[in-house]
Every structure is written in structure tokens, then in C-alpha cells.
Write a protein that binds this ligand. Sequence first.
Ligand code: HEM
Length: 489
Amino acid sequence: MTTRRKCSHILSNGERNMVPLNRTGSVRKPNSWSGPTPGEEAILSGCKKDAHLLHVVSLGDLFYSKLEVKDTNGPIFSYSMGNVVALHVSHPDLVKDITLCGSLALGKATYLKKTHEPLFGQGILKSNGEAWAYQRKIIAPEFFLEKVKGMVDLMVDCTFPLLNSWESKIERGKGIADIKVDEDLRSYSADVISRACFGSSYIKGKEIFLKLRVLQKAICKPNMFVEITGVRHIPTKRNREMWRLNKEIRSLILQVVKEGKGGDKNLLQAILRSASNGRIGPNTTDSFVVDNCKTIYFAGHETTAVTATWCLMLLGLHPEWQARARAEVAEVCDGRPTDARSLQKMKILTMVIQEALRLYPPGAYVTRETLQEMEFGGIHIPKGVNVYVPVSILHHDPNIWGPDVHEFNPERFASGVHGACQHPHMYVPFGAGTRTCLGQNFAMVELKIILSLVLSKFSFTLSPSYQHSPTLRLIVEPEFGVSLIMEKV
Ligand code: HEM
């Protein structure tokens, strides 16, 4: 590999020490750490917008096009904060090696695992090794395409409250209304997950979702003390609030579980069956169920709702694509109710969603940790290094996507991901390899349903009140929401 590889460490004076990786050939772990240096503090205090200090370098790059930062650091570099060592990888060869690595020794980062514990516990998203493999075996089949096809009617039913509410707003506004779409899309997505996976309605799950959202926002607030010291058990006001929320969510989920026992065949039943088959200790059975339910509630609804929001924002901004997508929906459905077969024929809508996921991937990073010493592309990586693949940087690289990389151009996906870019493995909105998102079929079907029905009923433009500010709150979302000026078609 001829590409320049550099390893940068933040020095005590705040300057970056660039060490070519091909000279050292390895990522170094710091021996000890004695508090943030003035240089580090300066960087951290400038990071109010972002959740985690580890994201400082690359988030600037992500949204504010500080290309000089990227050029300085190169496609592979490492840096350390406290006792956390991060390896940042955006070089195609290495991204391929890392994302396709099937070894259980490359797991999810333990640093983020602790930070995100209140939201995900020891559930599938954050667990490693045998525990992860067992959970994946139980949960993944519930989201296979054939199973998801059977959920189409249920998903269509879930759109009615949103469509009716927008219609009423337009009628009240005498044919036109300025509608903030985020929360309605979140409710739709939450309803879909509640009904499809847990056999309960959004009304029942509503309290869980609202509390998860508060917890999400609390987790995203930067907490330098905790990140740097790792001390999480001091009863500060914020910690007490998080513990309280967590306890309430746990008891609400256990209530849903109690009511759902013996119900329809769904994800909840699969989790309950596997929790009672003796492979999990009796003390951890409730936690196993609660952690996985929390994970699916969160991972399954926030990401999809935010993607739908970005799609509508982009379609509001690009009337030509809105018209093309609407015409396709009309042709494919031809007055018939939406079903699995018609969804499969919606090529333009698929391209629009793929392009929205390229420009605004909800998961800003694919993260891994080396659970033992490993080597990728000739780079020796010690145990315990956090490996970050910056999804937005890969998705905005002109060498991969061409000179119109920053444009909304769904046409690039006309022949699929392979036709859209030079290195298809650099398109990773759903992650990659063994840990790839298991809900992607579910998400694509859900997105096509809501978007096709919105397009068939409404035409819309972006409201002048819209403020563009993608922000990272665990996932990348529009900081001030998205408002659209809507009319009936
Ligand atoms: C547009 C919507 C979605 C996006 C962009 C998305 C994105 C992602 C990403 C980036 C990952 C990490 C993959 C990796 O580390 O390689 C992930 C993992 C995961 N997602 Fe999704 N996701 C979406 C929807 C869903 C839905 C609807 C569900 C469930 C109903 C879901 C469940 C999960 C689970 C359980 C994992 C963990 C998989 C594992 O670690 O084995 N996601 N998702």
C-alpha cells in the first residue's frame, strides 16, 4: 500500500506529533496519563456541539468541511485521550480488512459500552464474544426479509395517524400548512417497532420511548470528568437522573413483557424463549430481556425515523426528485394498496433513501475494539485499541464518489451501490461484516412505506424556517428538526 499512513499523538503542548505508521508499524498505548493538558482542554472546550471527545478531530471534518484537518491527519492515524487510544481509519484497504473481519477478537468498544450502558446494557449492540453470538442467533432471524414482508400491512396501518394528522393540519390551514415532521415520524417508527416486535401499540410503549429519548439526550451531553477518569458511580444530579430513568424504563419493559407472555410469535417471544432455556443464569434473565428490548426499541426506531426525516428534507429541497419518486409510486401502486411486491418495484425511492443515507448516515462511526493483539494491512494493533471508521468521511470522499460528492444525486445509485462508487465497501450506512445492522431489511421496508404514502398524498417544499445543523446525539439528526410546507396532491 503506497498511501501515506500517519500516526498522530496529541502532545502536552497541544501540538500534533505526526509519526508515519510505516516507520513505527504500530499503534502505541500511553504509559500513564496525568490529566488534560492545556492544549487538550482547549480542544475539548471547543467541542460543545459534539457528544464525545473522541470525535473532536473527525466531527469537524464531517460537517464543516475542514479538509485541512483530514489532509493533516491522513486516512489512518491514531490519537489518545486519557487512557483511551483511538485508531482512525478511512483508507479503503484497511476499511475493508476491518469491516470484513469475522473474528470475535474484534468487538464493540468497551469505552463506549460503559458510556452507553444506560441505553443498551449488555444487549446485542454492545456485547462481545459468545454472548453476542448467542443474542445475534436469536434476534437476527426475526428480521429476515421473508419475515419482514409479512409485516407490511401492519406497517401501513401505523402510517394512518400521521397521514390523518397532516391532512387535518392542511385542512385547518385552508390547503397549506407548515409542519414539523420529526416527532410524527418518531411516533410512527416507534409504533411500528412496538407492534411488530413487542405486540403492543405505541400508546403502551410511548412512555418507554419518551424516557429513552430523555436518556439519549442526557448521555450525549459531554461529561469530561467521566470520560477522562472512567468514574461513573458518583451520585451527581445527572447520574441520579439517569439511574432513575433507567429504573423506570426497566419496570415499564418488564410490564410489557408480562402482558406479552404467550402472545403472537414476535421478537419478544423469541427473546423470552431463549432467556428461559437455561443458558442464561437465573439472576440475569430479566436483564437479558430488558437490555435487548431497550436495544431494539432504541436502535430500531430512532435511526429509521431520522432517515425518513432526512429523506423528506432532501425531497423538499429537490422538487424534481420528489416528482420522479411520486410518479413512480403512482405507476407501481396504480390505485392498489401498498404491498411487498409494489415496494420491491420502487427503484427511484430506493435510490433516494440510499443517497440520503450516504449524505446523512445516522451512525457517524462504525466502531470496534481489539480484544486481543491484531494486525490489519501490516499495522500491528495492541489489545484494547478503539478502532473508528468514520462513516461520513467515507461517504464524502471525492476519490470514491466523484466530484459531485456533496450533491444530492440519487441517480448515482441507479445501478446499485456497485455502480455508485469505486469501492462499494466504503458505503456503510448499516455498518459491515458480522456486526452489520440486522434491521436493515426492516428499515428499508418501513422507510419505503412511509415515504411512498406521504408522496402519494402530499407535495411539499422545505420551510424557510428550516435551519441546517446536523448534530450528533448518538445518531446524526437535524438539531432543530425539519419543517415542511405541505399541500395535498
Ligand atoms: C435506517 C435505519 C438504520 C440504520 C442507518 C442503522 C444503522 C446501524 C449501524 C451503523 C449499526 C452498527 C453496525 C456495525 O457496527 O457494523 C447497526 C447495528 C444494529 N442495528 Fe441498525 N440501523 C437502522 C435500523 C435498525 C432497525 C430498524 C433495527 C431493528 C429493528 C436495528 C437493529 C440493529 C441492531 C440490533 C444492531 C446491532 C447488530 C450487532 O451488533 O450484531 N437497526 N445499525
